[in-house]
Design a protein around this ligand. Structure first.
Ligand SMILES: Cc1cc2nc3c(=O)[nH]c(=O)nc-3n(C[C@H](O)[C@H](O)[C@H](O)COP(=O)(O)OP(=O)(O)OC[C@H]3O[C@@H](n4cnc5c(N)ncnc54)[C@H](O)[C@@H]3O)c2cc1C
Length: 398
């Protein structure tokens, strides 16, 4: 694999950088920098700007609207997006379900869904987990019974990210009770406006509303919304999970956090932690930087098969572990710097002027603490760390 940057790649980097500075909606970047959560309107505005440029789905095959970039260019693009302080795209439609649709869907399904995802006209949610089916996903119980040319779906999904924004949800449902649990699972796409779908918020430890419970009560779903064959949903789900896990690296965003940590720690309330007094802190920062460099190379290695049209393999489990542990290590440093000011705090409750009246509290403390709390979830979602370790062990024949 050749990952060296050619002069053309460098020119591409400059083009992307300039575009994010001049064409991308700057209000979104400013809102994020101020510790606020983006609304659906913000997310759509950002994604539609990228879509108009043809940059929203660089990883898709060119025939479906992808950019046809090399692995290196895709990496550069992600780096520049994060360096600009822009949000990552909402992954459920663009990164998770779209590859399933263009790989296993019918032409009618591709025509129906891909264009709207590519133009950011529709948002999707991922309906996999259930109250007693997380790591052991194959135990899922949400049922779909055939009734003429429809399925009737009843059950519950939980921890569903951004379901309150979603127009569609892709779900794993049980269509039969086979001795091997995986065999009775089917992949269904469900319109969130269908009667019988109810979204119930779950507020997380950082104070934010990212997650939901989605309850399905006798929801009628046309058979044409089924991806692939009945009972083969598990195969499509696995394909998706490998795509999902390579999307976790976010090295540039973490480097940006490290840069901000260095800046903050020079003027920390308790003295210059990058100076003589901060030996232990400097060591932790250095450890994080080393981890990020190795994560960068591992990600490029795992993405290499995409260049020849293959799906990423089980190596994506390594990225999932390394990236999420690095994310936690970075946010722990914010907490360490904030010291007694590290209190749970959700900036959105107080509006854009949340800093007013809190001048004695270092500005980074509140958003840093909120991100510390939310980052705890990273080693759980998308397949918990222990489960990723099991996958790696199996690969190694242990
Ligand atoms: C912030 C957040 C966002 C999420 N978003 C979504 C979403 O959009 N859509 C969706 O479908 N799901 C989503 N999830 C759910 C997520 O995928 C599950 O939480 C995850 O799969 C773990 O399942 P669980 O919570 O049921 O924990 P459990 O599976 O009960 O695990 C509990 C503990 O046991 C360990 N464990 C379990 N099995 C094993 C094993 N075989 N070997 C060793 N250790 C084991 C786990 O590692 C964990 O530490 C989200 C979760 C979070 C926290």
């Amino acid at each position: 694999m050749n990952i060296s940057m050619s002069a053309e790649d460098e020119a591409f980097r400059q083009e992307v950088r300039a575009w994010f500075r001049s064409e991308y909606p700057q209000a979104i970047i400013a809102k994020l920098a101020n510790g606020q959560t983006l609304t659906k309107t913000d997310l759509v505005a950002g994604e539609q700007a990228m879509s108009a440029k043809g940059w929203l789905a660089p990883g898709w095959p060119k025939d479906y609207g992808g950019a046809g970039w090399s692995v290196t260019r895709r990496f550069i693009f992600d780096e520049e997006l994060e360096n600009a302080g822009a949000p990552n795209v909402s992954p459920m439609g663009l990164l998770y379900v779209a590859p399933v649709i263009y790989t296993f869907g019918t032409q009618a399904q591709k025509d129906r869904w891909l264009g709207d995802i590519l133009a950011s006209r529709t948002f999707w949610a991922q309906g996999y987990s259930e109250p007693e089916a997380g790591s052991d996903l194959a135990s899922l119980r949400m049922r779909a019974e055939r009734d003429g040319d429809h399925y009737v779906v009843s059950g519950e999904k939980i921890w569903t990210s951004d379901a309150h924004y979603a127009d569609w949800i892709f779900c794993l449902v049980r269509t039969s009770d086979e001795p091997k649990k995986q065999a009775g699972i089917t992949f269904l796409c469900i319109d969130m406006t269908t009667p019988g779908v109810a979204v119930k918020p779950i507020i997380t430890i950082d104070g934010g509303h990212h997650l939901n419970r989605v309850v399905f009560d006798q929801v009628r779903v046309p058979m044409e919304n089924r991806i692939g064959e009945e009972g083969l949903g598990w195969t499509y789900a696995r394909h998706l999970l490998n795509h999902e896990r390579t999307s976790y690296a976010h090295v540039a965003a973490k480097r940006r956090q490290v840069a901000s940590l260095k800046e903050i720690s020079r003027a920390a309330p308790w003295g210059d932690l990058l100076g003589e007094a901060g030996g232990a802190f400097r060591r932790k920062l250095a450890e994080v930087e080393i981890t990020l460099t190795s994560l960068e190379f591992t990600t490029l290695r795992a993405l290499a098969p995409l260049a020849s049209g293959e799906a990423p393999g089980d190596e994506s489990s390594i990225i999932k572990i390394a990236a999420t542990e690095a994310a936690q290590a970075v946010t722990e440093l914010y907490l360490e710097l904030a010291g007694p000011y590290a209190q749970p705090f959700f900036a959105d409750r107080y509006g854009p002027d949340w800093r007013a009246g809190l001048e004695t509290i270092p500005a980074f403390a509140a958003p840093g603490t909120a991100s510390y709390f939310f980052t705890r979830a990273q080693t759980i979602y998308g397949g918990a760390t222990e489960v990723q370790k099991n996958i790696i062990a199996r690969q190694l024949g242990i």
